[in-house]
Ligand binder design. Structure first.
Ligand SMILES: NC(=O)c1ccc[n+]([C@@H]2O[C@H](COP(=O)([O-])OP(=O)(O)OC[C@H]3O[C@@H](n4cnc5c(N)ncnc54)[C@H](OP(=O)(O)O)[C@@H]3O)[C@@H](O)[C@H]2O)c1
Length: 268
């Protein structure tokens, strides 16, 4: 009996709001999903059940990416899956897992700093280093950055720094993996409703909406759509870039802020 040839994509942080939407979208695009997550077993299990029930390929890897061994644990598990499914190939990697917002400049401890760097920067670096050699030409890596890398966000300074580093990794890695026929890009989301209770809080909602010139916050499908494009051959000439889906949050404009200082000055 002939087995179905499948292209697989590894998605980290698959148990989170955006990660689950990315997995579902890649499944809808026809890819098999290898989903990494940390501790949210029930969310990962429910996602896997949904994708398999819809006829898709789904395998999960539970792993702590703050540990130095985390990325190699994932790489070895992916190698084993490819070995057991000889008709499957590795199409891509989405570095989506992250520790979110915080800590502030005056409060950050050395341990917190190292933990953010480990999950948000070191893990994507070594996952990419480990998994890129397993991808045939045409493979694609997508790093999920954040609008916070593009404006001052002192209350979230360490998080923001990790996302700047991730975008630097994107630019530098693009040239390193190009000879193998591989691409890497970043997606830059603004506030995106990941299911956290903050998105139901009116004051928090108003604050988050004030960042986008279009108003409101995004739903996770917005990020998944950008990932779908960058993983696919539709983006075959796109590498080393960032795709901004922040709704204009990085333009510097804010709700209630004048469009120019000139608007505040009397006519001359
Ligand atoms: N939501 C937003 O407004 C927003 C805005 C800009 C950028 N982003 C970016 O979008 C991406 C997804 O965020 P999200 O909103 O979906 O967040 P989320 O719902 O909190 O999900 C975070 C994911 O990362 C995983 N994770 C965190 N620490 C981990 C660790 N030590 N080891 C392994 N896995 C770990 C979590 O797994 P477990 O829960 O299973 O441990 C979870 O799957 C992140 O890169 C984030 O920076 C989000």
């Amino acid at each position: 009996m002939r087995t179905l040839m499948r292209e697989l994509v590894v998605v980290t942080g698959a148990s989170g709001g955006i990660g689950a939407a990315i997995c579902w979208r890649l499944h809808a695009d026809g890819y098999g999903v290898i989903a990494q997550y940390g501790v949210s077993h029930e969310r990962a299990r429910a996602l896997g059940e949904r994708i398999r029930r819809d006829g898709g390929f789904f395998e999960a890897i539970a792993c702590d990416l703050s540990s130095p061994d985390g990325p190699s644990t994932v790489t070895q598990a992916v190698q084993a899956m490819l070995g057991a499914n000889r008709d499957h190939t590795l199409r891509g990697l989405v570095n989506n897992a992250a520790k979110l917002l915080g800590p502030a400049f005056g409060e950050a401890t050395v341990d917190q700093f190292d933990d953010y760097m480990a999950v948000n920067v070191r893990a994507p670096f070594f996952l990419s280093q480990g998994l890129a050699p397993l991808m045939p030409p045409g493979g694609s890596i997508v790093n999920i950055s954040s609008a916070s890398a593009h404006f001052s966000s002192p209350g979230d300074i360490v998080y923001a720094m990790t996302k700047s580093a991730l975008e630097s990794l994107t630019r530098n890695m693009a040239e390193a993996i190009a000879p193998a026929g591989l691409r890497v890009n970043a997606v830059v989301p603004g506030f995106t409703d990941n299911g956290h209770p903050a998105f139901q809080n009116p004051a928090a909602q108003e604050y988050m909406s004030s960042f986008s010139v279009l108003g409101g916050v995004a739903d996770p499908d917005v990020v998944a759509e950008a990932v779908s494009f960058l993983i696919s051959d539709r983006a075959r000439r796109t590498t080393g870039t960032v795709l901004d889906v922040t709704g204009g949050s990085t333009l510097g404009a804010r709700h209630r802020r004048a469009s120019s200082v000139r608007a505040l000055l009397p006519d001359t």
